[in-house]
Ligand binder design. Structure first.
Ligand SMILES: NC(=O)c1ccc[n+]([C@@H]2O[C@H](COP(=O)([O-])OP(=O)(O)OC[C@H]3O[C@@H](n4cnc5c(N)ncnc54)[C@H](OP(=O)(O)O)[C@@H]3O)[C@@H](O)[C@H]2O)c1
Length: 322
């Protein structure tokens, strides 16, 4: 790699994690935030690419407010479809490979079992539709783009479900969480690892890796040069309720407070946007192609809670800690 990785969406959950990981690994990365380049502005995107002369572009910028999108369809479309296309055009024009992030919400959730990359897209809401459109426009403008669909993203940065549950566990006597939507909680740490894995595959020579589950992975440059769509999500499937119960359970090691978590139905918690009942993603293709599989979600969840509660602001000592 000669030029830096150029990252759009540097202030987001994934953007900040990727920035931190690249710094820790000594990987050159230039982060771009909305105030530097609004991705809906073609010229601003082109200027950012021309200025950075990157070896790879990552688009982690997106309109991610799933419910608000129902009232702001034009803005969601502008960022997630037109903005994504602007970046794809700039990448193709500069002959720079592109990694574009997408979502499990492009599926309608009616499948039994995890979704694979070729399953038909049928988004239920405005956000999912705008992301599905973005995928299509990216493929058209930059056929060798790598599109990574991920899901249920959480981490130490920004707002997310895990941090909401930590706040509620500290302030509420009882939590109520939907138990009939299934998916893969995915740590930003795993997404950042996956992106850097793709980045290094650009220059790496093909290697064979035997993964823990026995799959033999061919990490090669073919997928990078021909592009494609891949699922990269946390390993293991649960419900929002299962995720919440595990979060509350682990945070109690630090806070010594463990409010009960009641399982409720989606119908008992109406939201403006419909969400898929099952949006679990099968990440096997990414593992086979790039030799990377995300950690089991409970392990990453515990790590993230320990980072958030075990820092200088920690209020206690975890049970069982020396
Ligand atoms: N969050 C999830 O649960 C989830 C699930 C599945 C897939 N994904 C996908 O994963 C990717 C990363 O998500 P994330 O959770 O990191 O999102 P995030 O935390 O909401 O960050 C998105 C970033 O995009 C920036 N942005 C929004 N509009 C922009 C514009 N017009 N120009 C430039 N930047 C703009 C935002 O800027 P500001 O900071 O200024 O608002 C924000 O920093 C997205 O493609 C998302 O669709 C997310």
């Amino acid at each position: 790699m000669s030029g830096p990785i150029l990252l759009f969406g540097a202030a987001g959950q994934v953007g900040r994690e990727l920035t931190a990981l690249a710094q820790a690994r000594g990987v050159k990365l230039r982060g771009v935030t909305r105030d530097i380049a609004d991705i809906t502005a073609t010229d601003a995107v082109a200027a950012a690419v021309a200025d950075a002369k990157p070896c790879l572009i990552v688009n982690a910028a997106a309109y991610t407010a799933v419910d608000r999108a129902e009232k702001e369809p034009d803005l969601a479309h502008a960022v997630n479809a037109v903005g994504a296309e602007n970046i794809a055009r700039a990448a193709a024009g500069a002959k720079v490979p592109l990694v574009h992030l997408s979502t499990d919400y492009v599926f309608d959730g009616t499948k039994t079992g995890p979704y694979i990359e070729t399953d038909p897209l049928a988004p239920l809401g405005v956000y999912g539709r705008s992301k599905a459109e973005g995928e299509e426009l990216v493929r058209k403008a930059c056929p060798n783009a790598i599109i990574l669909r991920t899901a249920w993203v959480y981490g130490p940065y920004g707002a997310n479900f895990l941090k909401t549950m930590l706040r509620l566990a500290a302030s509420q006597e009882r939590l109520r969480v939907v138990a009939d939507q299934h998916g893969n909680p995915t740590a930003t740490a795993d997404i950042a690892e996956a992106i850097l894995t793709v980045a290094s595959a650009l220059t790496a020579t093909p290697t064979l890796t035997t993964l823990t589950d026995g799959i033999t992975a061919t990490t090669n440059t073919t997928a990078v040069t021909t592009g494609g769509t891949f699922h990269v999500a946390g390993t293991g499937v649960t419900t929002w309720h299962g995720f919440a119960a595990a979060i509350v359970d682990h945070q109690a090691r630090w806070t010594h407070k463990r409010p009960p978590v009641d399982a409720i139905a989606t119908a008992d918690y109406p939201t403006p946007a419909r969400r898929p009942a099952n949006s679990a993603l099968d990440s096997t293709l990414f593992a086979r192609t790039f030799g990377f599989r995300a950690k089991p979600w409970p392990e990453r969840m515990r790590e993230t809670i320990d980072i958030l509660l075990g820092g200088p602001a920690a209020r206690g000592t975890p049970e069982g800690a020396p």
